[in-house]
Each structure stands twice: as C-alpha cells, then as structure tokens.
Ligand binder design. Structure first.
Ligand code: FEO
Length: 174
C-alpha cells in the first residue's frame, strides 16, 4: 500500500479517470459513425482506441485503490454522435488527445507542487503515452487532409488504417 494521497491529487486523479472514460465513449461514437458510413478500417481503428482509453481509465482506478484513496466510477457523458465528415471525426480525435495531454501535464505539475513522487512516477507512463497518441492523431489527420474529397484516396486510406497497430508500453492492441 502506498502513502495516502493529498486530497487535491485524489480529486485530480478522479477527474482524469472521468476524462479517460469520456474519451473512450467519444471514440466509440466515432467508431459507430465510421461503421455506419462503411468506413470499416476507420471504425476498427476507433473501436481499438476506445478500448485503449478504457485501459487508461482502469490504470488510474487501480492506482487510486492501491493508494487507499477514493475512486469514483464515472457516469457516462453522452458523446457527440453526429459528424459531418471523416475529416471532422479525425479532427475531433486530435483535439481530444490534445486536451488529455493538457490535463495530464496539469496533474504532473500538481503532483510536483504536492511533492508526491509516487504519483509523479505513475504519471510518467501517461506523459509518454500522450506523446505517442498525439503524434499518431496528427499524422492521421494530415493524411486525411491530403486526401480531401478524393473518394478513391479515402477508400485506400480506410484500407491502410487497418495496418496501424495501437501500441502502448503495457501492451499492443491489434
Ligand atoms: Fe488516454 Fe488518449 O488519452
């Protein structure tokens, strides 16, 4: 069992847990939209992203329990379900990752202020993960923007995105 968490850290970790859960729901909504447009590769990509975000949530949940801290299972906010285009879907994905990175950085700063070395160490995994996730989202959005309205390009992109392996330092989701 780790040392007790500062109440500010406990609250901030619970808020992050809720953000990861919301990110999972949002990715699921993106997957469903893509599935309905017969963009099977994109749908598969977002289903895996939704699983990955749930895993991010579970890591925080287990850390809070290990620290004997309060851990609240968040309610599910209703995600956006109506997208206008595949560009908008991937743009939302990038914005979501950027927002998560900001909140992780704020959490790291809070842990530093509170001299909570254990939580700082725990958060390093998320810092590294966000670098990967943001780079991946940006890279995909750049490709989507290059394709523009080219239907043939979108068909090939949808096929190729299935080759992207979602990696993380605690496992690989294929
Ligand atoms: Fe867990 Fe992609 O943020």
């Amino acid at each position: 069992m780790k040392a007790m968490l500062h109440p500010k850290i406990e609250n901030a970790l619970n808020a992050q847990l809720a953000r990861e859960s919301a990110a999972s729901s949002n990715y699921l909504a993106m997957a469903v939209w893509c599935d309905q447009q017969s963009l099977d590769g994109c749908a598969r990509f977002f289903y895996r992203q939704a699983d990955e975000e749930r895993m991010h949530m579970m890591k925080i949940l287990h850390y809070l329990i290990e620290c004997n801290a309060a851990a609240e299972v968040p309610g599910l906010p209703k995600p956006a379900a109506a997208f206008q285009s595949v560009q908008q879907v991937f743009h939302s994905a990038l914005e979501q990752e950027q927002a998560v990175t900001r909140s992780i950085n704020e959490l790291v700063e809070l842990a530093q202020e509170c001299s909570d070395h254990s939580t700082q160490h725990f958060l390093q995994w998320y810092v590294a993960e966000q670098i990967e996730e943001e780079a991946q989202a940006k890279n995909i959005l750049d490709k989507i923007n290059l394709i523009g309205d080219d239907k043939g390009g979108l068909y090939l992109f949808d096929r190729d995105i299935q080759q992207i392996t979602v990696t993380s330092s605690i496992g690989t989701i294929k």
